[in-house]
Design a protein around this ligand. Structure first.
Ligand code: AVJ
Length: 322
């Protein structure tokens, strides 16, 4: 374990954030806490749901445009393929497979705060691609990029899967400004944005019939029960997502269906939940193409190209650092 991780205690940070979030007048839990071991598994299930079009759309884009991406990425010689939060790396492996087949010079640097998911990612990548040059970086994104002892001059940064959607537009722009500050001129960034579309299609993706997303959302309470010694009864809460087509915001909430008190041992404190009350747990921001263009130029990148799936549900937007 690195020193970075030794000082970073996720349960301690959950405790602080839960205290803050449950003391606010509009209660909330930050969405980063979805991804414990159980949450990671449920998210894998979400990606396979018929309603959750995002993963399939991005996979289609990679399959259709991998040769375009290959020549754009490699136009400056070899490159460092840097991925922020790779997860299972399934979509990235479409690109890696194509790059290896075409004898492209590159080295893969997945950056993730979770050492466990990084280690299993490396194992599956090495199994698929024994010849792949790969170096795991267990760190937060920005110090991770700064840690790279560059094998090649150019960085190509992947931020896929609409992970950018977990930021509000404002937060996304400060995140991208910070990203730019650790990059060099000519570095590339490929970002997966989910697009505004028929509101029913969007909302169904966050409210699937089989209730997997509901389980994902409720797992936050299970996690708080386990890690902070709370006594949440899950049946007192329901999954409640909303979509505003004008702002492009999907917001997910846990809705209190029965008034209750919950004691949290590690905070030595009770919290009241009133029937009808909403606990905000996630934002999944949707964009249109003009908003993506505006965002790129606002944060100091030049938009090189946009790659769409057949339905125009999703876009991978390629930006170059000026
Ligand atoms: C992993 C942030 C892209 O917001 O679509 C899926 C997470 N939440 N279903 C998304 C999620 C509910 C997902 N991201």
């Amino acid at each position: 374990m690195t020193t970075d991780n030794a000082v970073f205690d996720i349960t301690e940070s959950l405790k602080e954030d839960v205290l803050k979030g449950f003391s606010a007048s509009n209660k909330y839990i930050p969405s980063k806490y979805f991804y414990d071991q159980i949450g990671d598994k449920i998210f894998q299930e979400i990606m396979g749901l018929p309603e959750y079009y995002l993963t399939r759309a991005e996979g289609d884009i990679f399959n259709n445009f991998k040769s375009n991406l290959r020549s754009l990425f490699g136009s400056d010689g070899g490159f460092n393929l840097v991925e922020l939060g790779a997860g299972d790396g399934l979509k990235t492996s479409i690109l890696i497979d194509d790059f290896i087949e075409n004898k492209i010079e590159f080295k893969y640097y997945p950056i993730d705060i979770s050492e466990n998911s990084n280690i299993s990612l490396k194992a599956s990548m090495m199994e698929q691609f024994p010849e792949l040059k790969i170096e795991l970086i267990t760190s937060d994104y920005f110090s991770g990029i700064e840690k790279i002892k560059k094998h090649y001059a150019r960085n190509v940064v992947l931020f896929l899967g609409s992970n950018i959607g977990n930021f509000s537009v404002k937060e996304a722009s400060s995140f991208l400004k910070e990203l730019k500050s650790v990059l060099s001129p000519n570095d590339l960034v490929l970002i997966g944005f989910d697009l505004k579309k028929n509101p029913k299609v969007v909302l169904d993706a966050y409210n699937d019939k089989s209730g997997v997303t509901k389980r994902f959302n409720l797992n936050l309470l299970t996690r708080i029960n386990h890690e902070l010694g709370a006594d949440f009864k899950l049946e007192n809460f329901d999954h409640c997502p909303t979509y505003d087509h004008n702002t492009g915001e999907v917001k997910s909430f846990l809705k209190v269906v029965k008034t209750c008190q919950v004691y949290i041992t590690s905070l030595e404190q009770s919290f009241s939940f009133t029937a009808g009350e909403l606990i905000h747990t996630e934002i999944s921001q949707k964009y249109d193409v003009s908003e993506i263009k505006a965002l790129a130029s606002k944060v100091g990148f030049e938009l090189k190209d946009n790659f769409f799936d057949e339905n125009n549900y999703f876009v991978n937007s390629l930006w170059i650092n000026k």
